[in-house]
Design a protein around this ligand. Structure first.
Ligand code: HEC
Length: 254
């Protein structure tokens, strides 16, 4: 397009009306051209868009009731059952037979408290530590055995020999520890009494020990023979009864 009066008018001042008219014409032309370029690619109205969506959903629902288009029921597999999370069926520790459960506890106490002197095979060393294997003070009356563990021992032992002094092992020992260690030594290393020294029996042992005439002193053969050749009081526990291996309380069958 040719624009008139492109050179500034040097004689007169600029013709404002004409200049303004030119600007308006040019702007109108620009707008026109932009419309031509945008033709057909303008963004569609949001309302039209939403309306289409609604129509599609309803139409889909109607057509889909036959199961052809949108059948939301098909999103989920039929008869699907989730696999239980790992551990969901866990009902706690598997019950163990009483003898095995007590011995498992006792084995730990033995390692911690007796191993150092009587050895890992409980045979002692023949000179300063006696053997616990086949000892009648181990496999015989439980009260005597308990008094040795709780108070230590001085003077001759079951074989008539004196090995030295056994320091008391009962300090801080819980009833279940005592029950465990006694059951373990009576049924391990070649000993096999086949019975369980229960927590109740061990509790009785702790009371008997606390009431000793020689409380605070090591036990001696004389005292053991005079006062403690007895079975600890308490109900006998079937060695095959099922127990919770941790609490040693009666447990259900697995
Ligand atoms: C510090 C070393 C030491 C420790 C620990 C020890 N003992 Fe002894 N034990 C001895 C000595 C020494 C004798 C022998 C004492 C004597 O000659 O009078 C002995 C004797 C015994 C006897 C007597 C054996 C018999 O045939 O008469 C028994 C039972 C016994 N100990 C059990 C145990 C148990 C169970 C433990 C662990 C809870 C234990 N001892 C921890 C050193 C120890």
């Amino acid at each position: 397009m040719s624009l008139p009066n492109q050179t500034p008018d040097l004689e007169d001042s600029i013709n404002v009306t004409e200049a303004h008219g030119r600007v308006v014409r040019e702007a109108a032309a620009c707008a026109r051209e932009k419309r031509i370029v945008d033709n057909g690619i303008e963004p569609i109205s949001l309302w039209a868009f939403v309306a289409c969506g609604v129509v599609l959903l309803i139409a889909g629902g109607i057509l889909g009731s036959g199961g052809r288009l949108f059948s939301y029921g098909k999103v989920f597999r039929e008869g699907y059952v989730r696999t239980p999370a790992p551990g969901a069926g866990d009902t706690g520790p598997v019950p163990k037979e009483a003898l095995a459960a007590y011995m498992a506890k006792g084995s730990k106490i033995y390692s911690a408290k007796c191993n150092g002197c009587h050895g890992s095979d409980a045979k002692g060393n023949g000179s300063t530590f006696p053997s616990l294997v086949g000892s009648t003070w181990v496999t015989g009356e439980t009260e005597r055995f308990a008094m040795i563990i709780l108070n230590g021992l001085e003077g001759p032992v079951s074989d008539g020999k004196t090995y030295g002094v056994m320091p008391p092992q009962g300090i801080g020992m819980a009833a279940e520890d005592l029950a465990g260690i006694m059951t373990y030594v009576r049924n391990n290393f070649g000993n096999a009494t086949g019975d369980v020294v229960t927590i109740d029996m061990a509790k009785a042992a702790l009371e008997i020990s606390a009431a000793r005439k020689n409380a605070g002193k090591s036990a001696t053969a004389a005292e053991l023979t005079a006062d403690h050749v007895k079975a600890l009081p308490g109900d006998v526990l079937d060695p095959k009864a099922l127990l919770d291996p941790i609490t040693l309380a009666p447990g259900k069958a697995p």
